[in-house]
Structure formats: C-alpha cells, structure tokens
Design a protein around this ligand. Structure first.
Ligand code: KIV
Length: 272
C-alpha cells in the first residue's frame, strides 16, 4: 500500500484561464470560517471568496461598509486553514483602497502576508485603476468587480439591476476592458442584464464570473448563506436556494432544548 497521499491539483489563476479556454464553467462560493470552508472545498468548489458580505451574514450589518481590514484578515486566515484545493480570494474592504494607491497596496500586502490567501478583489473600474495597477505591480493577483458594487450603495441608493441604460452599459464594458488590460485575472459582474454580461464575457479573454448576470458568463458566484437558506429575508430573483438550513438548524436546536428540559438528554449511554 502506498504511503504517499494523493496530491490535489490546486486551482490557480492559470487553471482558471485554462477553464475559460476549454469552456468549463467556474463555480465560486463565499466562505468566512474554517468549518464551512472545509465543506465547500471538499465538495470541489473552484474559488472560495472571502467576501465583505461577511459584514452582512457574519456580523449582521445592513451594508458591507463597516467591515475592517483586520476582520477580513481574520476571516481569510480561517478559510486558508481549511482550504486545500480552491483558489482563495479576499475582498479589500471599503476605505482600504479607494483613497490612494499606496494605501491600496499596503492593504493588499497585509491580506496576502497575514491571511496567506491567493488573491484580492476590488470594486470599481477606471476610478480605482491606479490602485489595481499598484497592487498588480507587487505580483498580487487581482479580481475586479463591476455592475452592482455594494460598497457604493450610498451612491446608488438601491440594490436594483445596474447598467440597464446605454451609457452605464458602455462604461461597464470600458471598465471591464481596462481591468483586463491592467492584468486582472478575472472579473465579477453583479446584477446586470444577461445580454450585457454575455457580451463582456465574449469580449474578454479572462474569466467573467456572474452573480445575477445570467448564464452567458464563464462562471457563477453566490453567497453561501443565501444559497443554503440560512439567510431568510434576502430573496432576489437570481438566488437559487439549495437548502432551507435555517429551518433545519432551528428544528435541531428545538429538539435539543426539548431533550434537555424533559431529561431525555443525556441518557445512560451518553454519560461516564
Ligand atoms: O462580498 C461578496 O460576497 C461578493 C459577492 C456577492 C460577489 O462580493
């Protein structure tokens, strides 16, 4: 019997571009902690996103704005300890890259050094290009994020579908091209018309990952807590729920409470 463990082929940015070339779709999900990331990675996910949606689903904030760089590093490092195969991307949180490119680089370096993940994600196009370039020049892989960019929610005022109008669609296409030319390895398109997303995916050579952007892109991403049905109120049309984990966990907790109160737990076999 061989004592050598079978080596897993880690997903790299190069593997992702090969997947786009051969038309294999990329599956991406968020994770923020060790236990969930262990499950998600063992199921064979290609990319784990340590999203700033942690601000909503882990910390209970209404927006992604309050989460800090230290919080993101904590979540990223927890996920790193769990993941063997997937590529791990961590969001640069609001306020850590928009101000100036030196601060952006320092933020990205802290994430790479302290969380030891594979890449960072930034929201925006032309307006953050200097930051993107500076991070890339340090050899840190960057994923872009266009369309609905939740860190700008106070500018948009709503989580409605973006880029429905011609001028916004043109700007999005231009921004996507700029990000590709700068050297980003992939771009997320959030909540935009499916035809526009398809056009961008066909135009770019780097993978385009959609969320609420239809099926014509190179891969899909969802927030884990949404697709598992842990979050209850968030129900956009693009969200497919694969489970109602809220109800399942609540049922299990209710059974436990009942067992404790009725002296059913622990029984003789469950004690020393
Ligand atoms: O933070 C996040 O979860 C994200 C995804 C919605 C793409 O950025």
């Amino acid at each position: 019997m061989s004592i050598h463990k079978q080596k897993v082929r880690r997903v790299t940015t190069h593997v992702l571009s090969e997947m786009k070339l051969r038309g294999e779709k990329i599956a991406m999900l968020t994770s923020y902690d060790y236990s969930m990331a262990t499950i998600v990675d063992s199921a064979g996910i290609d990319i784990v996103l340590v999203g700033d949606s942690a601000s909503n689903v882990m910390a209970g904030h209404e927006t992604t704005l309050p989460i800090t760089l230290n919080h993101m590093i904590y979540h990223g490092a927890s996920v790193r300890r769990a993941v063997n195969r997937a590529l791990i991307v961590v969001d640069l949180p609001f306020g850590t890259y928009q101000g100036n490119s030196k601060e952006a680089l320092n933020s990205a370096i802290r994430i790479m050094k302290e969380a030891r993940v594979d890449a960072v994600k930034l929201e925006g196009g032309r307006e953050i290009l200097e930051s993107v370039n500076r991070i890339l020049s340090a050899g840190i892989p960057v994923m872009g994020h266009l369309g609905l960019t939740p860190q700008s929610i106070h500018k948009f005022g709503t989580y409605a579908v973006r880029a429905k109008e011609q001028d916004e669609a043109e700007k999005l296409k231009e921004d996507a091209k700029l990000l590709e030319e700068a050297g980003c390895f992939a771009v997320v398109l959030e909540k935009i018309p499916a035809d526009l997303a398809r056009e961008v995916a066909e135009d770019l050579t780097i993978p385009v990952i959609g969320i609420g952007a239809g099926s014509g892109v190179d891969g899909q991403v969802l927030v884990l807590h949404d697709m598992l049905g842990i979050t209850q109120e968030f129900s956009p049309r693009f969200l497919r729920r694969y489970h109602n984990l809220f109800a399942e966990i609540k049922g299990a907790v209710s059974s436990y409470i009942n067992d404790v109160k009725t002296l059913d737990f622990p029984n003789e076999r469950e004690q020393y």
